[in-house]
Design a protein around this ligand. Structure first.
Ligand code: U2P
Length: 276
């Protein structure tokens, strides 16, 4: 499976198809592996569902105060203009989530075949070094694997499959395309009805997303999935637009979807923690 999946970065045309095939393999291999071994130490109860957390670069990149090589906001004309991945998060139905479930430290070599796709679709949008689980600091990917990935057991059992699955789900559920088709185009002047954005996603994927805003702009959009990666609502029980506006999402009734603006910032060598 690993060899087949490593062909992903070779052919853009076949990427989506291969990723979906890989995802199915990942799920079935993981399921059969459950019976084979239960050796992993589990100190937190098993999660209930997955959230694919997507970040909107047009909003995140407005915060960039200085540049560094790890920050995709600094790529100027090559900066991301579509939703990128924040993380694939195992969550509980009560709104909490497990974190740092095993001592499996991040190893970048294990995901070398996914590197180009991860740089493009799962980049860091800051210069900060987030905390890892056992007292250190690391890359954005290290943080996501150690904090969230290690808790996706038994559905996803290792680092490579965690990132592969994140990419696969992201390619299958193209939020940027759905919003564009519904007329929600990145703009620094327009505001769009939150209900319209939610409906566009519901119509496409038959499940209610969760939106997170910052100062009236869409910052994140979460898609939620059962453990077999079929879409489900993100908010259990009450998912009316009112609930989303008032409590869960920090979004007003009309939101901006800012277009990415090239920063024109100089890079600095020191990684001061000016942006998170
Ligand atoms: O929402 C702020 C931060 O809380 C963490 N979070 C949120 C929702 C959730 O289901 N799981 C979760 O971990 C995220 O932290 P991070 O992964 O960025 O460390 C989110 O940024």
């Amino acid at each position: 499976m690993k060899m087949a999946c490593s062909a992903l970065s070779v052919s853009v045309q076949f990427k989506a198809i291969l990723l979906l095939v890989c995802l199915q393999l990942v799920v079935s291999v993981s399921a059969s592996a459950i019976e084979q071994t239960q050796t992993q130490t589990q100190t937190q109860r098993e999660f209930d569902y997955f959230a694919l957390a997507l970040q909107w670069p047009g909003t995140y990149c407005q915060r960039t105060r200085y540049c560094c090589s790890s920050n995709a906001c600094c790529r100027r004309s090559n900066a991301p203009t579509e939703f990128t991945i924040h993380g694939l998060w195992p969550d509980y139905n009560d709104g909490s989530w497990p974190a740092c479930c095993t001592r499996s430290n991040f190893d970048e070599k294990l995901i070398s075949t996914l590197h180009d796709d991860l740089e493009k679709y799962w980049p860091s949008l800051s210069c900060g070094s987030p905390s890892t689980c056992h007292g250190g600091k690391g890359s954005f990917w290290a943080h996501e694997w150690e904090k969230h990935g290690t808790c996706s057991f038994p559905v996803i059992r290792d680092e490579y499959n965690y990132f592969l699955t994140g990419l696969s789900v992201y390619f299958k559920y193209n939020v940027t395309q759905v919003l564009e088709n519904a007329g929600y185009i990145p703009s620094n002047t327009e505001k769009y009805p939150l209900g319209g954005i939610v409906s566009a996603i519901e119509n496409a994927f038959h499940a209610t997303p969760l939106l997170v805003c910052s100062k009236g702009s869409v910052e994140e959009l979460h898609l939620c999935f059962y453990k077999d990666f079929k879409p489900r609502d993100c908010v259990v029980g009450s998912s009316t637009l009112n609930d989303m506006v008032s409590s869960k999402s920090s979004c007003p009734l009309y939101v901006s979807l800012p277009a990415y603006v090239s920063l024109g910032l100089d890079s600095v060598k020191t990684t001061l923690s000016l942006d998170a």
